[in-house]
Design a protein around this ligand. Structure first.
Ligand code: SF4
Ligand code: SF4
Length: 383
Protein backbone atom coordinates (compact mmCIF):
# COMPACT_ATOMS: atom_id res chain seq x y z
CA UNK A 1 0.00 0.00 0.00
CA UNK A 2 1.40 3.41 -0.98
CA UNK A 3 0.31 6.88 0.11
CA UNK A 4 -0.63 7.69 -3.50
CA UNK A 5 -3.18 4.85 -3.74
CA UNK A 6 -6.87 5.24 -2.97
CA UNK A 7 -9.11 2.45 -1.71
CA UNK A 8 -12.80 1.85 -1.34
CA UNK A 9 -14.14 0.98 2.11
CA UNK A 10 -17.83 0.31 2.80
CA UNK A 11 -19.77 1.23 5.93
CA UNK A 12 -18.90 -2.10 7.58
CA UNK A 13 -15.27 -1.37 6.75
CA UNK A 14 -15.56 1.96 8.56
CA UNK A 15 -16.94 0.11 11.56
CA UNK A 16 -13.97 -2.26 11.33
CA UNK A 17 -11.65 0.76 11.33
CA UNK A 18 -13.13 1.91 14.65
CA UNK A 19 -12.78 -1.61 16.08
CA UNK A 20 -9.13 -1.89 14.98
CA UNK A 21 -8.32 1.41 16.67
CA UNK A 22 -10.08 0.30 19.88
CA UNK A 23 -8.16 -3.00 19.80
CA UNK A 24 -4.93 -1.06 19.41
CA UNK A 25 -5.61 0.82 22.62
CA UNK A 26 -6.97 4.14 21.37
CA UNK A 27 -9.69 6.21 23.00
CA UNK A 28 -11.92 6.59 19.94
CA UNK A 29 -13.87 9.80 19.41
CA UNK A 30 -15.88 11.18 16.54
CA UNK A 31 -18.89 13.31 15.64
CA UNK A 32 -22.05 12.44 17.57
CA UNK A 33 -25.47 14.05 17.95
CA UNK A 34 -25.94 15.53 21.39
CA UNK A 35 -28.42 18.17 22.58
CA UNK A 36 -29.54 18.87 19.01
CA UNK A 37 -26.07 19.47 17.57
CA UNK A 38 -23.21 17.51 16.00
CA UNK A 39 -20.41 17.54 18.57
CA UNK A 40 -17.31 15.43 19.34
CA UNK A 41 -18.05 12.43 21.55
CA UNK A 42 -17.02 8.83 22.31
CA UNK A 43 -17.42 6.43 19.38
CA UNK A 44 -17.47 2.65 19.70
CA UNK A 45 -18.79 1.87 16.22
CA UNK A 46 -20.47 3.30 13.15
CA UNK A 47 -23.87 3.36 14.94
CA UNK A 48 -22.86 6.46 16.90
CA UNK A 49 -22.06 8.61 13.85
CA UNK A 50 -24.75 11.14 12.80
CA UNK A 51 -26.21 8.96 10.05
CA UNK A 52 -29.16 10.50 8.18
CA UNK A 53 -28.56 13.93 9.70
CA UNK A 54 -28.41 17.25 7.86
CA UNK A 55 -27.75 20.66 9.32
CA UNK A 56 -28.99 24.12 8.47
CA UNK A 57 -26.68 26.95 9.42
CA UNK A 58 -27.00 30.71 8.99
CA UNK A 59 -25.84 33.69 11.06
CA UNK A 60 -27.25 33.10 14.55
CA UNK A 61 -29.04 29.92 13.46
CA UNK A 62 -28.34 26.15 13.72
CA UNK A 63 -30.85 23.34 13.22
CA UNK A 64 -30.55 19.62 12.55
CA UNK A 65 -32.86 17.94 10.06
CA UNK A 66 -33.32 14.62 8.32
CA UNK A 67 -30.80 13.66 5.68
CA UNK A 68 -30.07 10.63 3.51
CA UNK A 69 -28.04 7.47 4.16
CA UNK A 70 -24.78 9.38 4.57
CA UNK A 71 -22.94 9.60 7.89
CA UNK A 72 -21.14 12.88 7.19
CA UNK A 73 -23.66 15.09 5.32
CA UNK A 74 -23.32 17.99 7.74
CA UNK A 75 -20.78 20.71 8.55
CA UNK A 76 -19.06 21.48 11.85
CA UNK A 77 -21.13 22.02 15.00
CA UNK A 78 -20.41 24.14 18.08
CA UNK A 79 -17.87 21.79 19.70
CA UNK A 80 -14.39 21.59 18.22
CA UNK A 81 -11.49 19.23 18.79
CA UNK A 82 -9.50 21.93 20.58
CA UNK A 83 -11.14 20.80 23.85
CA UNK A 84 -9.40 17.43 23.49
CA UNK A 85 -5.95 18.99 23.26
CA UNK A 86 -6.51 22.20 25.24
CA UNK A 87 -9.19 21.36 27.84
CA UNK A 88 -11.52 24.14 28.97
CA UNK A 89 -10.50 23.55 32.58
CA UNK A 90 -7.22 21.79 33.33
CA UNK A 91 -5.16 21.36 36.49
CA UNK A 92 -1.67 22.85 36.06
CA UNK A 93 -0.28 21.74 39.40
CA UNK A 94 -1.39 20.53 42.81
CA UNK A 95 0.31 21.07 46.14
CA UNK A 96 -0.34 20.58 49.81
CA UNK A 97 0.83 22.65 52.72
CA UNK A 98 1.13 21.22 56.19
CA UNK A 99 2.97 22.63 59.22
CA UNK A 100 4.86 25.08 57.03
CA UNK A 101 6.05 22.45 54.55
CA UNK A 102 4.90 22.61 50.92
CA UNK A 103 4.78 19.46 48.80
CA UNK A 104 3.84 19.24 45.13
CA UNK A 105 1.99 16.33 43.51
CA UNK A 106 2.66 15.24 39.97
CA UNK A 107 -0.07 16.13 37.45
CA UNK A 108 0.03 13.54 34.70
CA UNK A 109 -1.06 13.57 31.07
CA UNK A 110 -3.86 11.42 29.66
CA UNK A 111 -2.15 8.06 29.14
CA UNK A 112 -4.58 6.64 26.55
CA UNK A 113 -3.83 7.86 23.02
CA UNK A 114 -6.68 9.56 21.20
CA UNK A 115 -8.04 8.51 17.80
CA UNK A 116 -10.27 11.08 16.10
CA UNK A 117 -12.50 9.59 13.42
CA UNK A 118 -14.37 12.18 11.38
CA UNK A 119 -12.62 15.53 11.86
CA UNK A 120 -13.25 17.88 8.95
CA UNK A 121 -10.37 19.42 6.94
CA UNK A 122 -10.88 22.86 8.53
CA UNK A 123 -10.70 21.22 11.96
CA UNK A 124 -7.39 19.57 11.15
CA UNK A 125 -6.16 22.96 9.92
CA UNK A 126 -7.27 24.48 13.24
CA UNK A 127 -5.33 21.84 15.19
CA UNK A 128 -2.28 22.63 13.05
CA UNK A 129 -2.71 26.32 14.00
CA UNK A 130 -2.80 25.21 17.64
CA UNK A 131 0.41 23.21 17.10
CA UNK A 132 2.21 26.52 16.50
CA UNK A 133 0.68 28.10 19.59
CA UNK A 134 1.05 25.32 22.17
CA UNK A 135 3.32 22.78 20.51
CA UNK A 136 6.17 24.94 19.25
CA UNK A 137 8.13 27.99 20.32
CA UNK A 138 10.34 28.48 23.34
CA UNK A 139 7.89 26.93 25.82
CA UNK A 140 5.79 24.14 24.29
CA UNK A 141 3.08 22.70 26.54
CA UNK A 142 4.29 19.12 27.22
CA UNK A 143 0.79 17.77 27.79
CA UNK A 144 -0.38 19.22 24.49
CA UNK A 145 2.64 17.81 22.67
CA UNK A 146 2.13 14.29 24.10
CA UNK A 147 -1.58 14.27 23.33
CA UNK A 148 -0.96 15.52 19.79
CA UNK A 149 2.01 13.28 19.00
CA UNK A 150 0.09 10.13 19.95
CA UNK A 151 -3.14 11.11 18.18
CA UNK A 152 -4.42 9.04 15.26
CA UNK A 153 -6.31 11.30 12.87
CA UNK A 154 -9.00 10.21 10.41
CA UNK A 155 -10.28 13.19 8.39
CA UNK A 156 -13.49 13.11 6.36
CA UNK A 157 -13.56 15.55 3.44
CA UNK A 158 -16.60 17.81 3.16
CA UNK A 159 -19.38 17.17 0.68
CA UNK A 160 -22.09 19.35 2.22
CA UNK A 161 -20.77 22.68 3.53
CA UNK A 162 -22.95 24.89 5.69
CA UNK A 163 -24.28 28.32 4.80
CA UNK A 164 -21.66 29.84 7.10
CA UNK A 165 -18.61 27.89 5.78
CA UNK A 166 -15.77 29.61 3.93
CA UNK A 167 -12.90 27.11 4.22
CA UNK A 168 -12.17 27.30 0.48
CA UNK A 169 -11.36 31.03 0.94
CA UNK A 170 -8.89 30.16 3.69
CA UNK A 171 -7.29 27.23 1.81
CA UNK A 172 -8.30 24.75 4.52
CA UNK A 173 -10.96 22.67 2.74
CA UNK A 174 -13.16 21.07 1.53
CA UNK A 175 -10.37 18.62 0.59
CA UNK A 176 -7.41 17.60 2.74
CA UNK A 177 -3.85 17.17 1.47
CA UNK A 178 -1.70 16.31 4.49
CA UNK A 179 -1.53 16.01 8.27
CA UNK A 180 -3.84 12.97 8.54
CA UNK A 181 -3.30 9.25 9.11
CA UNK A 182 -6.30 8.35 6.96
CA UNK A 183 -8.42 10.63 4.76
CA UNK A 184 -11.93 9.55 3.77
CA UNK A 185 -14.38 10.90 1.21
CA UNK A 186 -17.96 9.72 1.55
CA UNK A 187 -19.57 8.83 -1.78
CA UNK A 188 -23.24 8.01 -2.30
CA UNK A 189 -24.33 7.55 -5.93
CA UNK A 190 -25.45 4.89 -8.39
CA UNK A 191 -22.36 2.86 -7.47
CA UNK A 192 -23.46 2.71 -3.83
CA UNK A 193 -22.65 4.17 -0.44
CA UNK A 194 -18.92 3.93 0.22
CA UNK A 195 -15.80 5.73 1.35
CA UNK A 196 -12.72 6.53 -0.67
CA UNK A 197 -9.76 6.07 1.67
CA UNK A 198 -6.16 7.31 1.46
CA UNK A 199 -3.35 6.70 3.93
CA UNK A 200 -1.29 9.73 4.94
CA UNK A 201 1.17 7.99 7.29
CA UNK A 202 2.65 4.55 7.85
CA UNK A 203 0.30 4.16 10.85
CA UNK A 204 -2.62 4.99 8.59
CA UNK A 205 -1.48 2.51 5.93
CA UNK A 206 -1.14 -0.17 8.60
CA UNK A 207 -4.68 0.40 9.93
CA UNK A 208 -6.12 0.59 6.41
CA UNK A 209 -4.45 -2.72 5.53
CA UNK A 210 -6.16 -4.30 8.56
CA UNK A 211 -9.71 -3.54 7.40
CA UNK A 212 -11.66 -4.80 4.35
CA UNK A 213 -10.81 -2.61 1.33
CA UNK A 214 -10.56 -2.69 -2.45
CA UNK A 215 -8.55 -0.62 -4.90
CA UNK A 216 -10.51 2.45 -6.04
CA UNK A 217 -11.58 2.67 -9.70
CA UNK A 218 -11.25 5.68 -12.00
CA UNK A 219 -14.99 6.24 -11.50
CA UNK A 220 -14.53 6.39 -7.71
CA UNK A 221 -11.71 8.91 -8.07
CA UNK A 222 -13.79 11.04 -10.42
CA UNK A 223 -16.78 10.86 -8.04
CA UNK A 224 -14.58 12.26 -5.24
CA UNK A 225 -13.43 15.18 -7.39
CA UNK A 226 -17.00 15.96 -8.44
CA UNK A 227 -18.13 15.87 -4.82
CA UNK A 228 -15.34 18.31 -3.83
CA UNK A 229 -16.14 20.62 -6.75
CA UNK A 230 -19.78 20.65 -5.73
CA UNK A 231 -18.83 21.37 -2.11
CA UNK A 232 -16.58 24.26 -3.12
CA UNK A 233 -19.29 25.71 -5.35
CA UNK A 234 -21.90 25.54 -2.57
CA UNK A 235 -19.72 27.15 0.12
CA UNK A 236 -22.03 29.56 1.96
CA UNK A 237 -19.57 32.41 2.36
CA UNK A 238 -16.44 33.90 0.86
CA UNK A 239 -13.59 35.93 2.31
CA UNK A 240 -11.07 37.71 0.08
CA UNK A 241 -7.74 37.16 1.85
CA UNK A 242 -5.38 38.83 -0.62
CA UNK A 243 -3.91 41.86 1.18
CA UNK A 244 -6.37 41.44 4.07
CA UNK A 245 -3.78 41.56 6.89
CA UNK A 246 -2.46 44.89 5.60
CA UNK A 247 -5.94 46.26 4.96
CA UNK A 248 -7.01 45.64 8.56
CA UNK A 249 -3.72 47.03 9.90
CA UNK A 250 -4.30 50.34 8.14
CA UNK A 251 -7.94 50.56 9.26
CA UNK A 252 -7.59 50.26 13.02
CA UNK A 253 -9.63 53.42 13.50
CA UNK A 254 -12.28 52.62 10.91
CA UNK A 255 -15.85 53.63 11.90
CA UNK A 256 -17.04 50.04 11.38
CA UNK A 257 -15.53 49.04 14.75
CA UNK A 258 -18.00 51.37 16.48
CA UNK A 259 -20.80 50.12 14.24
CA UNK A 260 -20.22 46.46 15.13
CA UNK A 261 -19.91 47.40 18.82
CA UNK A 262 -23.51 48.68 18.68
CA UNK A 263 -24.59 45.11 17.89
CA UNK A 264 -22.00 42.99 19.70
CA UNK A 265 -23.00 41.76 23.18
CA UNK A 266 -19.39 40.98 24.16
CA UNK A 267 -20.75 37.56 25.14
CA UNK A 268 -17.59 35.70 23.98
CA UNK A 269 -19.59 32.96 22.19
CA UNK A 270 -17.50 33.47 19.06
CA UNK A 271 -14.25 32.81 20.93
CA UNK A 272 -15.61 29.78 22.81
CA UNK A 273 -16.69 28.01 19.61
CA UNK A 274 -13.67 29.10 17.57
CA UNK A 275 -11.30 26.14 17.08
CA UNK A 276 -8.20 28.36 17.17
CA UNK A 277 -8.91 30.81 20.02
CA UNK A 278 -6.46 30.02 22.79
CA UNK A 279 -6.87 32.73 25.46
CA UNK A 280 -6.74 31.32 28.96
CA UNK A 281 -6.85 32.50 32.54
CA UNK A 282 -5.24 31.06 35.66
CA UNK A 283 -7.25 30.17 38.76
CA UNK A 284 -5.52 29.52 42.07
CA UNK A 285 -7.63 27.57 44.56
CA UNK A 286 -6.58 27.09 48.18
CA UNK A 287 -8.60 25.15 50.73
CA UNK A 288 -8.55 25.27 54.52
CA UNK A 289 -7.31 21.66 54.48
CA UNK A 290 -4.03 22.91 52.98
CA UNK A 291 -4.79 21.66 49.45
CA UNK A 292 -3.66 24.06 46.70
CA UNK A 293 -4.43 23.87 43.03
CA UNK A 294 -3.72 25.94 39.95
CA UNK A 295 -6.07 25.56 36.97
CA UNK A 296 -5.88 26.85 33.43
CA UNK A 297 -9.35 27.79 32.16
CA UNK A 298 -10.50 29.11 28.81
CA UNK A 299 -10.88 32.85 28.68
CA UNK A 300 -11.73 35.34 25.95
CA UNK A 301 -10.50 38.66 24.62
CA UNK A 302 -14.16 39.73 24.94
CA UNK A 303 -13.94 39.43 28.76
CA UNK A 304 -13.35 42.84 30.30
CA UNK A 305 -10.93 41.36 32.84
CA UNK A 306 -8.85 39.67 30.16
CA UNK A 307 -6.96 42.89 29.42
CA UNK A 308 -6.85 44.05 33.04
CA UNK A 309 -3.52 45.59 33.92
CA UNK A 310 -2.84 47.52 37.11
CA UNK A 311 -5.69 49.99 37.56
CA UNK A 312 -8.03 48.98 34.74
CA UNK A 313 -8.74 47.09 31.53
CA UNK A 314 -6.67 48.06 28.50
CA UNK A 315 -9.60 47.25 26.18
CA UNK A 316 -12.59 48.61 28.04
CA UNK A 317 -14.88 49.21 25.05
CA UNK A 318 -16.68 46.57 23.00
CA UNK A 319 -15.34 48.16 19.82
CA UNK A 320 -11.74 47.69 21.00
CA UNK A 321 -12.43 44.09 22.02
CA UNK A 322 -14.12 43.15 18.74
CA UNK A 323 -11.29 44.87 16.83
CA UNK A 324 -8.70 42.96 18.87
CA UNK A 325 -10.42 39.67 18.12
CA UNK A 326 -10.87 40.18 14.39
CA UNK A 327 -7.54 41.84 13.65
CA UNK A 328 -5.72 39.14 15.64
CA UNK A 329 -7.45 36.37 13.67
CA UNK A 330 -6.89 37.86 10.24
CA UNK A 331 -3.90 40.17 10.56
CA UNK A 332 -1.54 40.05 13.54
CA UNK A 333 -1.74 36.25 13.79
CA UNK A 334 0.45 36.29 10.67
CA UNK A 335 3.10 38.34 12.51
CA UNK A 336 2.90 36.07 15.54
CA UNK A 337 2.55 32.59 14.01
CA UNK A 338 3.08 33.06 10.27
CA UNK A 339 -0.41 31.80 9.50
CA UNK A 340 -4.00 33.00 9.57
CA UNK A 341 -5.84 32.51 12.88
CA UNK A 342 -9.05 31.78 10.98
CA UNK A 343 -9.71 28.52 9.13
CA UNK A 344 -13.12 29.51 7.76
CA UNK A 345 -15.18 27.03 9.79
CA UNK A 346 -18.02 29.56 10.18
CA UNK A 347 -18.73 28.68 13.83
CA UNK A 348 -18.43 32.28 15.04
CA UNK A 349 -21.05 33.29 12.46
CA UNK A 350 -23.51 30.52 13.28
CA UNK A 351 -23.21 30.83 17.05
CA UNK A 352 -23.26 34.61 17.39
CA UNK A 353 -26.58 35.36 19.12
CA UNK A 354 -26.94 38.65 17.21
CA UNK A 355 -25.80 37.25 13.81
CA UNK A 356 -22.53 39.15 13.50
CA UNK A 357 -20.70 37.70 10.51
CA UNK A 358 -16.90 38.06 10.31
CA UNK A 359 -17.01 37.92 6.48
CA UNK A 360 -19.60 40.72 6.37
CA UNK A 361 -17.60 42.86 8.81
CA UNK A 362 -14.47 42.44 6.68
CA UNK A 363 -16.40 43.24 3.53
CA UNK A 364 -17.74 46.45 5.11
CA UNK A 365 -14.17 47.60 5.79
CA UNK A 366 -12.97 46.52 2.35
CA UNK A 367 -15.74 48.58 0.72
CA UNK A 368 -14.77 51.68 2.67
CA UNK A 369 -11.01 51.17 3.03
CA UNK A 370 -9.51 54.32 4.54
CA UNK A 371 -12.89 55.74 5.63
CA UNK A 372 -12.92 58.69 8.03
CA UNK A 373 -11.09 57.76 11.18
CA UNK A 374 -12.75 57.52 14.57
CA UNK A 375 -11.00 56.90 17.85
CA UNK A 376 -11.83 53.47 19.21
CA UNK A 377 -12.08 53.83 22.99
CA UNK A 378 -9.56 51.67 24.77
CA UNK A 379 -8.79 52.95 28.26
CA UNK A 380 -11.39 53.52 30.99
CA UNK A 381 -11.28 57.27 30.61
CA UNK A 382 -12.26 57.31 26.93
CA UNK A 383 -14.91 54.55 26.93
S1 SF4 B 1 -19.42 38.97 17.92
FE1 SF4 B 1 -21.32 37.89 18.56
S2 SF4 B 1 -20.60 36.01 19.58
FE2 SF4 B 1 -18.84 37.44 19.48
S3 SF4 B 1 -18.90 38.54 21.43
FE3 SF4 B 1 -20.04 39.78 19.95
S4 SF4 B 1 -22.21 39.14 20.22
FE4 SF4 B 1 -20.93 37.55 21.20
S1 SF4 C 1 -12.80 33.12 13.42
FE1 SF4 C 1 -14.82 32.17 13.07
S2 SF4 C 1 -14.68 31.22 11.02
FE2 SF4 C 1 -12.58 31.70 11.68
S3 SF4 C 1 -11.82 29.79 12.66
FE3 SF4 C 1 -12.69 31.07 14.31
S4 SF4 C 1 -14.85 30.39 14.49
FE4 SF4 C 1 -14.06 29.62 12.52
Amino acid sequence: MTFAESFVVDVDGLDALVQVLIQRGYETKGPTVHDGAVVPGPITGVREFPRGVRDEQAPGRYRLGKGDERLFAWAVGPGSWKADFFPANQVEWRAHTSEGALSFAEVGTASTPLAIIGARPCELAAIEVFDRVLGEGAHPDPRYVTRRDTCFMVVVECAVPAGTCFCSSMGTGPDVKSGFDIALSELSDADGHRFLARAGSSHGADVLAAIPHALASELDLRARLESLEHAEASMGRHLETEGLAELLARNIEHPRWSDVAERCLSCANCTMVCPTCFCSDVLDISELSGALERRRVWSSCFDLDHSYLHGGAVRSSTSSRYRQWMTHKLSTWWDQFDTSGCVGCGRCVTWCPVSIDITEEVEAIVRTDGAARVTVPTSRSDS
